[in-house]
Design a protein around this ligand. Structure first.
Ligand SMILES: Nc1nc2c(c(=O)[nH]1)N[C@H]1C(S)=C(S)[C@@H](COP(=O)(O)OP(=O)(O)OC[C@H]3O[C@@H](n4cnc5c(=O)[nH]c(N)nc54)[C@H](O)[C@@H]3O)O[C@H]1N2
Ligand SMILES: Nc1nc2c(c(=O)[nH]1)N[C@H]1C(S)=C(S)[C@@H](COP(=O)(O)OP(=O)(O)OC[C@H]3O[C@@H](n4cnc5c(=O)[nH]c(N)nc54)[C@H](O)[C@@H]3O)O[C@H]1N2
Ligand SMILES: [Mo]
Length: 771
């Protein structure tokens, strides 16, 4: 029943462009998820797998970090508690396709380097540890023991531990993340870049400064009981589809939604819930009451205007502001409103901004949700601070139905941070780690993702270890990053699937295949489970149930323990071998080191897990520098786009998980069978002298801080007329990543500016290479 891997790579000439969809999910979504599951896993494995997804005794969806319903909040899980894209994530991992030694013998690395991430990922699951030795053309099998020796020797040969960087992607479990950061710090560095650096780092920075906790303050029930939910810079229909069920519930209770987005994303407009009759037979539930089609980067100006209108209307929650906040006077003094500048920056009509302000003022329970449309901007941190200002003015922190909701990406990206995956963990954590294990822990801050690439480029980082992820395709400035990775002496990837980072190797490169979430993890001490934390600070267990795709896989925990023993020596004070046989031992350490995780082993065994403390949410206590919630003053610096140029954002299609491309159907946007597209407003296309359907080369222009102008290009993209805001364009990540300059980062978070790249189009001259 399952289908073999595609032989051919994407044929972009097959691209079809139709009309964008009018409602998200529906029965079509269910059919697509079943078809993909059958293709990847066959019927029997599909029937065994999908029913366990997001159930209490099953595994956590390896897709997004949206929480599961909890009985403590009076909610029940559905029999099928997953979405189309969760099912695709599972099919992708539980596939019956295999990439083993014969595959690598057939394909030299140079040939694989010509393939897209789609083709590479579709070949199947990695089954054996592999090595590419210095000067060799092919990856060859290697034993686990020898692999650890090669890695340890490479790391020990460095002049300093700071010449190595240890990346983490957000699927890693809490147990593996905790051990990984411990190993890295015992080795002697804080170089722990992670995907969060490219994701919600701006949210963490803004929320820590203003509220004292860099995480969301709402529960699922808060979203469902809000009067007003602002969905800003986020595409839930594709990236957090189960969020639509919560939005539908709040709408049915009489709540309202404001969507702020340059694109009329289908999932923001209307939802056909396949789990109820209205969704199956009827027209579904309309979602956004107000769709603000904002210009890219206009959000800070919008929220400044909303705040000024709240002040003008005298709608400030004076008691909250007096009791719990700091800096109100200074904030209020600068909150003026220049309509001309505001409408110019936002592209929104004054009347619409006034209508949204009315909704904000009349709401007693407001939740603000956001994702990459806010974080991946130069002023991302400032913009999120301004969103917080709005909630503070209205007293919307620490009460039911209200709060901040940065909607996280990877299913355990938040947990990894809680467990210490951060290049600048606070002293309190490092001291607790040191005390718990009796080992010295370095205190000098490490490198984040962008700084790691710069350090590789400059020869200061010479070894790279990736705990999951696809570093070369996920990071900006693909060509520069690829050259940086290739300049390393050693690259190591702990992975489930083949990706471009494996075929962008350092002088010596290793692939270490690991168990996925869906698979049984049996160790000497018996079957193990792992724990994860969702977007709303709920920590719970995840148990894989499927037979591992290969007998040669090790769990992430086992890989770390064995590498640590080889690297740090058998006399190291940390008892690495004790962790691998029984993950409870790891959890006992977590309980003593990580704040809020006391009695961890017992509490993660509760049916729905437990919720981590969040002082602003729980008691309106704000652990900031001032001891209060801080108002901030943020000054918009509108992006100057020269004439003849557009502002390009890079985003996800409906058929991918970051750099993992499930298929070629961006159904809601009507784009099928191709990915090298650039979406622009029909009038902009005409003004620039092009016609929809033209093949263009896209050139980004960036003025570096020293004043020099840098150009980057991707070739052979198809122009698609699309109802985006004027002056804006969109293209898929990772195909457009070569356009994002390494130097273009958010102030205060160092997150690459993936959502605002100044570009021009040039007619494609045939013969130019497509990559
Ligand atoms: N199926 C699936 N699920 C996923 C992922 C996936 O790839 N596939 N990725 C996961 C990860 S790691 C993450 S971080 C999340 C990402 O979730 P999202 O942030 O929803 O992902 P993006 O595709 O980057 O979409 C960004 C949205 O912001 C809008 N936008 C762009 N620029 C601006 C702006 O200047 N202002 C405003 N207001 N809006 C803007 C875009 O039009 C788009 O709707 O999803 C997670 N879930
Ligand atoms: N231009 C542009 N760039 C972006 C973004 C954007 O919006 N625009 N978004 C950014 C964001 S939000 C993020 S989060 C990053 C994502 O960056 P990453 O997390 O680095 O990328 P992924 O594509 O999620 O990683 C996929 C790989 O992870 C491995 N993998 C999957 N599951 C497991 C597992 O259970 N264990 C292990 N060890 N490996 C596993 C597989 O081998 C797979 O190939 O990209 C960022 N890059
Ligand atoms: Mo992300």
């Amino acid at each position: 029943m399952s289908r073999g891997a595609p032989e051919h790579d994407i044929d972009e000439s097959a691209l079809r462009v139709g009309r964008p969809g009018d409602a998200a999910a529906g029965v079509k979504g269910v059919l697509v998820s079943l078809r993909r599951s059958w293709e990847q896993m066959g019927l029997a494995r599909t029937a065994r797998t999908l029913p366990l997804l997001n159930q209490r005794d099953g595994f956590d969806c390896p897709g997004c970090a949206w929480p599961d319903p909890r009985e403590a909040e009076g909610d029940r899980r559905k029999i099928a508690e997953f979405c189309e894209n969760g099912a695709k994530a599972v099919a992708e991992e539980a596939t019956t396709r295999r990439v083993g030694p014969e595959f690598f013998a057939r394909h030299p690395v140079a040939e694989l380097a010509e393939r897209t991430d789609y083709w590479l990922g579709q070949q199947g699951r990695l089954t054996h540890p592999m090595v590419l030795r210095d000067g060799d053309t092919h990856y060859r099998p290697i034993s686990w023991a020898e692999a650890f020796e090669v890695i340890a020797a490479g790391l020990r040969a460095l002049d300093s531990p700071d010449q190595a960087a240890f990346y983490t992607s957000g699927r890693t479990s809490n147990e593996a993340a905790f051990l990984y950061q411990l190993m890295v710090r015992c080795f002697g560095t804080n170089n722990l870049p992670d995907c969060s650096n490219m994701c919600h780092e701006s949210s963490g920075a803004a929320l820590t400064e203003t509220l004292g906790v860099g995480k969301g303050s709402v529960s699922l029930s808060d979203v469902e009981h809000a009067d007003l939910v602002l969905v800003v810079g986020q595409n839930p229909g594709t990236n957090h589809p189960r969020m639509l069920s919560s939005l539908e519930k709040m709408k049915r209770r009489g709540g309202r939604i404001v969507a702020v987005n340059p694109l009329p994303e289908t999932g923001l407009m209307r939802f056909r819930n396949p789990q109820n009759v209205r969704g199956v037979l009827g027209g579904g539930t309309p979602l956004a009451d107000e769709f603000a089609q904002i210009r890219i980067g206009g959000d800070l100006a919008l929220f400044k205007a909303l705040n000024a209108l709240v002040l003008r209307a005298g709608a400030v929650d004076k008691e909250f502001v007096a009791a719990h906040t700091h800096g109100f006077a200074e904030f209020a003094a600068q909150a003026d409103l220049d309509w001309e500048a505001t409408t110019e920056a936002t592209g929104l009509p004054q009347e619409q901004i006034e209508r949204i302000a009315e909704m904000v003022i009349s709401s007693e329970r407001t939740v603000a949700c956001w994702a990459m449309g806010l974080t991946q901007h130069r002023q991302g941190v400032a913009t999120i601070r301004e969103v917080v200002n709005l909630l503070l003015l209205r007293g919307m922190i620490g009460k039911p139905g209200a709060g901040v909701c940065p909607v996280r990406g990877h299913s355990n990206v938040q947990g990894d941070r809680t467990m210490g995956i951060w290049e600048k963990m606070p002293e309190r954590f490092l001291a607790a780690l040191e005390a718990e294990f009796g080992v010295p822990v370095p205190r000098h801050p490490g490198l984040d993702t962008v700084d790691t690439i710069r350090a590789m480029r400059d020869g200061r980082v010479r070894a790279f270890v990736g705990m999951g992820g696809n570093f070369v395709s996920a990071t900006p400035d693909t060509e520069a990053t690829a050259a940086a990775l290739r300049s390393c002496e050693l690259t190591v990837q702990v992975s489930t699937k083949l990706n471009r980072s494996h075929v962008t190797p350092g002088r010596t490169a290793l692939i270490l295949p690991t168990l996925g979430r869906t698979e049984r993890d049996v160790q000497a001490g018996g079957p193990q489970f792992v724990t994860v934390e969702d977007s709303m600070s709920v920590v719970h267990a995840s148990r894989g149930r499927l037979a591992p795709v290969s007998e040669h896989l090790l769990s992430e925990v086992a890989i770390i323990c064995r590498l640590a023993r080889t690297l740090l020596g058998p006399d190291h004070p940390v008892r690495w071998e004790s962790f691998e046989r029984d993950y409870d031992v790891i959890r006992d350490h977590i309980a003593r080191v990580v704040p809020g995780c006391e009695d961890y082993n017992r509490r993660v065994r509760e049916p729905d897990g437990f919720v981590l403390p969040h002082p602003p949410r729980d008691s309106r206590t704000f652990p900031t520098a001032t001891g209060k919630a801080n108002f901030t003053v943020n000054v918009p610096e509108p992006i100057q786009v020269p004439t003849g140029r557009l502002l390009l954002q890079t985003l996800r299609s409906h058929d991918q998980y970051n750099t993992t491309i499930y298929g070629l159907s961006d159904r809601y946007r009507g784009i099928e069978d191709g990915r090298r597209v650039v979406l622009a407003h029909p009038e902009d296309i005409a003004e620039l002298g092009f016609t929809a359907g033209d093949l263009v080369d896209v050139v980004s222009e960036w003025t570096a801080p020293d004043g020099s102008v840098e150009e980057r290009r991707v070739n052979r993209f198809r122009l698609v007329a699309y109802p985006t805001a004027r002056g804006c364009a969109a293209a898929y990540y990772p195909e457009a990543n070569p356009l994002v300059p390494l130097g273009s980062v958010a102030e205060g978070s160092n997150t690459p500016v993936s959502k605002a790249v100044i570009v021009r189009f040039e007619p494609h001259a045939t013969g130019r290479d497509i990559r």
